[in-house]
Design a protein around this ligand. Structure first.
Ligand SMILES: N=CN[C@@H](CCC(=O)O)C(=O)O
Ligand SMILES: [Zn+2]
Length: 412
C-alpha cells in the first residue's frame, strides 16, 4: 500500500495501491523499500539480506490500527444481554446505575495488576486478529486515583507489549453515581484536578468526552475539550451516538482529531467535520451489538470526511476484539467496499490517533508493521466472516505472531 500524506478522503479511500507480486524490505524495524518484488530486489542489490519471509502469494497489509477502544476495565456485563432482549435501551440501563456505571464499580474494585492481566489478554487477542497499534481510553475510574490507575495500565502495556498502546484520558465518560444531579461539579473536578494531574504524569496524549443526552451536554463537553487543549492534549469526542446533539458540529468547532460513533449526526455536522479535517471513527460492531442504526459512512465519504473504523472494544456496547468482524460489518452494514474498509483500518485509523506519518501504510520510512493472511485478496476477509485469517504479524520488523499464534519469545 502506498500513498500521500494525510488521511484519505472520498474516492481516494478506494485507492489502496495493491501490488500483485509485491515485496517489502526492512532494516532496523523500518521499511526501506516497498513495491513490486523485482524493483525492491533491484534496490537491494549489493545489500546483505539476513532474513527472508515468503508470504507465498498471500495477502499482506499494513498492521491494522485500532483508533478507539476501552481496553482497560474490570468485570464483564453479560447480564445486560437479558435486559436488552427484554427491550431495555443502552441509556435506560445507564440511567439505572448499570452499563458504564457497573463497569466503574468493577474497575474501582480491581487492583492495577488485575486490570493489567485482563487487558493484556485482550491486547493479545487484538494482535492475533491483526492489530499492531491500539488506542485505549480510561473512563471507568471516574475518581482521580482510579483514572490514574487505568492510565498506568496503558503505560505498562505500552512498555511491555508488542502492540503499541496510545493512551486517552476519558474522565468524562459518565457522571459517577456520587455526583448524580451534580454534573457541573464533576466537570469541574475533571478540569481542575484530573486533567492537570494526568498531564503532569504524562499518562495520556488525548482527552475524550461522551457528549450525549443524559451524560455530558454540548456546553459541558466544550468546556472539557477547551481545558484539555489548553493543557496540550489532542481532543476526541463521542458524538451523536444515540441522540442528535450537535456533537459532530462541536468536533469541527473544537478542532478534534476525531469524532466517534456519529450514528445520529446531521449532514451539516458532516460538512463541518469535513471542512475542519475531523476523522469520523465509525464503530459498526457497537451498532450491531446494540441493535441500533448504523453510521452513515457513505454520506461521510461523499462529503469528504476521512472515515476510520474500530472495534470500540468495551465490556458493554461492543465486547469484541476482532477487527476482522468489523471488516464484515463495515461492508455489509455501512456499505463500504473492502478497499475502503482497509483504508479505514490502516492509514485513516493511524491519522485518527496522530500516528499517520509513522504507521498505517507500507512506505519507506514507516514502521515495519505488517500482517500476512491466509487469503489471497482483500475481499476474502470480510466475505469469509467469523474466523481469524491472520497467519503472521510483524511488528517493527519482528515476527510477533506466527502460524496464527503468539511467538513466545516476545510474549514472556
Ligand atoms: N458510548 C460510550 N462509551 C462506550 C461504551 C462503554 C460501555 O458501555 O461500557 C462506547 O464508545 O461505546
Ligand atoms: Zn467509546
Amino acid at each position: 500500500m502506498r500513498g500521500k500524506s494525510g488521511p484519505r478522503i472520498g474516492s481516494d479511500m478506494s485507492n489502496v495501491g495493491a501490488i500483485e507480486h509485491g515485496a517489502v524490505a526492512i532494516r532496523e524495524g523500518k521499511i526501506v523499500a516497498a513495491g513490486p518484488e523485482d524493483e525492491v530486489r533491484a534496490q537491494l542489490e549489493g545489500v546483505l539480506v539476513t532474513k527472508e519471509l515468503d508470504a507465498g502469494g498471500r495477502l499482506v497489509t499494513p498492521g491494522l490500527v485500532e483508533p478507539h477502544t476501552h481496553l482497560v476495565h474490570g468485570g464483564s456485563r453479560e447480564h445486560e444481554l437479558a435486559l436488552k432482549l427484554k427491550g431495555a435501551s443502552y441509556l435506560e440501563i445507564l440511567a439505572n446505575g448499570g452499563g458504564i456505571l457497573s463497569t466503574v464499580q468493577a474497575t474501582r474494585a480491581a487492583s492495577e495488576d488485575e486490570l493489567f492481566a485482563k487487558a493484556k489478554i485482550s491486547l493479545d487477542t487484538m494482535l492475533l486478529f491483526g492489530a499492531t497499534t491500539v488506542e485505549a481510553k480510561s473512563g471507568y475510574g471516574l475518581t482521580l486515583n482510579d483514572e490514574l490507575k487505568q492510565l498506568r495500565v496503558n503505560k505498562r502495556l505500552q512498555d511491555s507489549h508488542a502492540v503499541d498502546v496510545v493512551s486517552t484520558f476519558m474522565g468524562a465518560h459518565a457522571v459517577p453515581t456520587e455526583y448524580k444531579g451534580r454534573a457541573d461539579e464533576y466537570v469541574a473536578l475533571v478540569i481542575n484536578e484530573m486533567l492537570p494531574e494526568v498531564k503532569r504524569q504524562g499518562l495520556a496524549e488525548f482527552c475524550d468526552v461522551f457528549c450525549e443526552h443524559g451524560v455530558f451536554t454540548v456546553e459541558q463537553s466544550r468546556t472539557i475539550l477547551g481545558a484539555a487543549k489548553e493543557l496540550g492534549f489532542g481532543v476526541k469526542i463521542h458524538a451523536d451516538e444515540i441522540e442528535p446533539m450537535g456533537g459532530a458540529e462541536l468536533a469541527g468547532e473544537q478542532g478534534c482529531i476525531s469524532a466517534e460513533h456519529l450514528l445520529a449526526a446531521s449532514n451539516e455536522g458532516f460538512r463541518v467535520m469535513a471542512e475542519a479535517g475531523v476523522i469520523g471513527v465509525c464503530l459498526p460492531a457497537t451498532s450491531f451489538n446494540l441493535r441500533a442504526k448504523h453510521a452513515r459512512a457513505r454520506a461521510m465519504i461523499e462529503v469528504g470526511v476521512p472515515v476510520a473504523l474500530s472495534t470500540d472494544y468495551n465490556p458493554g456496547s461492543s465486547p469484541t476484539e476482532s477487527l476482522q468482524l468489523v471488516m464484515t460489518l463495515g461492508c455489509l452494514n455501512l456499505g463500504m467496499t473492502p478497499e475502503e474498509v482497509l483504508t479505514a483500518m490502516t492509514i485513516n485509523a493511524a491519522y485518527a490517533i496522530g500516528r499517520g506519518e509513522r504507521i498505517g501504510s507500507l512506505e519507506p520510512g514507516k514502521d515495519a508493521d505488517l500482517v500476512v493472511y491466509n487469503a489471497t485478496n482483500i475481499a476474502y476477509l470480510p466475505y469469509h466472516f467469523g474466523i481469524n485469517h491472520v497467519d503472521t504479524v510483524v511488528k517493527r520488523g519482528q515476527i510477533v505472531v506466527r502460524d496464527g499464534r503468539l511467538v513466545s519469545e516476545v510474549h514472556a
